[in-house]
Ligand binder design. Structure first.
Ligand code: ADP
Length: 358
């Protein structure tokens, strides 16, 4: 019976539990054994009771739970050869030779590196006497499948990532809540939202990473807000996306926006940071469904992928589940899109050369 490991890694996102639930149940239905690796790659390196077999009933009720019940962690040692060697040993001892990783681009890059290194890791383990030839014999090949679990919606080769829709819902809900006070006191709110380089939400004014502000952003904001106030609006909401704060080009500080609204327009202005509230709580119906159909597809991909030669990534294109692209290729495309956004000609040239060579 094929033994498959599943882990969630990087930032948690709503929909990871539905994905793990679907992986466990589809795996069992397809005659496999599914092992949860707790605490992301840290569990892979630590082994022991961090690798546990899950049964059908173990994932009962997981559809409606936010975050990830099998835990996630940042793991520095998986970035080292020694850490990955230990991870490979733990997997071989448990007879696991396929791994489904649900995480962001960092997690999927780690998975791809591990898969590419697998034959060498196996050989080293035998040479060092940490595994016997008999033990490694059935596990010469290793399969990796990636699911994109991230509120950032910043991966290419997929229209949407697991968790992004729930997070957007939560932002809208929070901004609606803030509006009650804003309207009552005729106040202005500057709301900082998470989501790395991905912009979102409607308001009087939105600072988006996709459209860096001009050097004269202060008069632009004041112009719009003044117009809306003149139309009788009692509340002002300015959204600042996380990506606009870390932008390489004209980064924005919420406190500066507050200062401008207060000093130029005399508005009683507050800053609110939504932070982790927006990625917490129950997954929206969309993410329950997305996690489920991608989890089902991940098992199919494990059973059909060419071992040792590809790392498929499950995605959604035009409402259809897909797994045509390689993880590494999807990450390259994402980096390329970002480079174009930042008008980074050096990367664009490097990428063009890469495309014509493949
Ligand atoms: P995300 O997956 O959300 O982008 P990170 O970038 O923090 O989050 O990555 C999560 C984990 O994935 C890291 O803590 C590390 O264990 C693993 N990882 C990331 N990049 C690599 C890499 N280049 N090689 C090996 N492991 C990696």
């Amino acid at each position: 019976r094929k033994r498959i490991g599943v882990l969630t890694s990087g930032g948690d996102s709503p929909g990871m539990n539905p994905a793990v639930r679907a992986i466990v149940r589809t795996g069992i239905a397809r005659g496999c054994e599914v092992f949860a690796i707790y605490e992301g790659y840290q569990g892979l390196v630590d082994g022991g009771d961090k690798i546990r077999k899950l049964e059908w009933e173990d994932v009962h009720g997981w559809l409606r739970v936010g975050g990830t019940l099998i835990g996630t962690a940042r793991c520095m040692s998986f970035k080292t050869h020694e850490g990955r060697l230990q991870a490979a040993e733990n997997l071989i001892k448990r007879g696991i030779d396929a791994l489904i990783v649900c995480g962001g681009d960092g997690s999927l890059t780690g998975a791809d590196i591990f898969r590419a290194e697998w034959p060498q890791l196996v050989q080293e383990l035998v040479q060092m006497g940490r595994c016997s030839k008999k033990e490694v014999e059935p596990h010469q090949f290793f399969t990796i499948v990636g699911l994109v679990g991230s509120i950032d919606n910043d991966m290419s080769s997929t229209d949407i990532t697991i968790g992004a829709v729930t997070s957007l819902h939560r932002i809208c809900e929070s901004v609606d809540c803030i509006a009650s006070t804003a309207i009552s006191h005729s106040r202005a709110f500057v709301v900082e939202v998470m989501g790395r380089h991905c912009g979102c939400c409607g308001a009087d004014f939105v600072f988006l990473p996709e459209r860096p502000p001009s050097t004269d952003w202060a008069s632009e904001v004041c112009g719009v807000v003044e117009r809306h106030r003149a139309q009788g609006k009692r509340q002002t909401t300015v959204i600042v996306a996380e990506g606009a704060i870390d932008a390489e080009l004209n980064p924005i500080k919420c406190e500066d926006v507050k200062k401008v609204l207060a000093e130029h327009l005399g508005l009683d202005t507050r800053v609110t940071t939504l932070g982790h509230v927006q990625r917490g709580g129950a997954p929206a119906a969309y993410d329950r469904n997305l996690g489920t159909i991608q989890g089902v597809e991940a098992i199919e991909a494990v059973l059909r992928a060419k071992p040792n030669t590809e790392s498929p990534m499950i995605g959604m294109r035009e409402n259809q589940v897909t797994w045509t692209h390689e993880v590494a290729e999807a990450i390259r495309r994402k980096d390329f899109a970002r480079a174009m956004e930042l008008r980074d000609p050096e990367f664009a040239e490097e990428y063009a050369a890469y495309i014509s060579s493949t």
